[in-house]
Design a protein around this ligand. Structure first.
Ligand code: SF4
Ligand code: SF4
Length: 129
């Protein structure tokens, strides 16, 4: 049996109407693989995956079409950073959130990714202004 709950349950809940934000490195990896037209800028200045027909542009009938090179946020979800408490928590939007442990390595990766996204968004806002 697959150990990853996403694959075990064939779940794609977080890929429907995705709000997944991206680092510039995430974008580069996907562009280097030949993908185009998958990213948009949201109102906060974050890079975000595009949806088409209410689903992430990379979602296929067989699941994530870029699984091996999916963005860091997709790898770490349902771990998210709660901005108010500054704590790494599990997003209960994921129906299987209880099966994802919060380990120190995952929490560190998440913090680094969010810090990078924030710094990149701030730099874009400054360059716009
Ligand atoms: S992280 Fe949760 S919501 Fe997303 S695919 Fe995996 S099990 Fe489903
Ligand atoms: S890139 Fe893959 S894992 Fe991430 S939201 Fe899209 S389909 Fe889901």
């Amino acid at each position: 049996m697959a150990s990853n709950p996403c694959r075990r349950y064939g779940c794609t809940v977080c890929c429907i109407d995705s709000k997944m934000t991206l680092t510039e490195a995430d974008v580069s990896v996907l562009e280097s693989a030949g993908f185009t037209d998958f990213v948009r800028l949201n109102t906060r200045g974050d890079l975000e995956l595009k949806n088409r027909g209410g689903r992430c542009v990379f979602l296929t009938e067989a699941g994530c079409g870029v699984y091996e090179i999916r963005p860091e946020g997709c790898r770490l979800f349902p771990l998210v950073l709660d901005m108010q408490s500054d704590r790494v928590v599990r997003d209960e939007y994921c129906p299987h959130w209880r099966e994802f442990p919060i380990d120190a390595a995952g929490a560190d990766r998440l913090r680094r990714s969010v810090e990078l996204e924030t710094a990149e968004a701030e730099r874009r806002q400054r360059n716009r202004g």
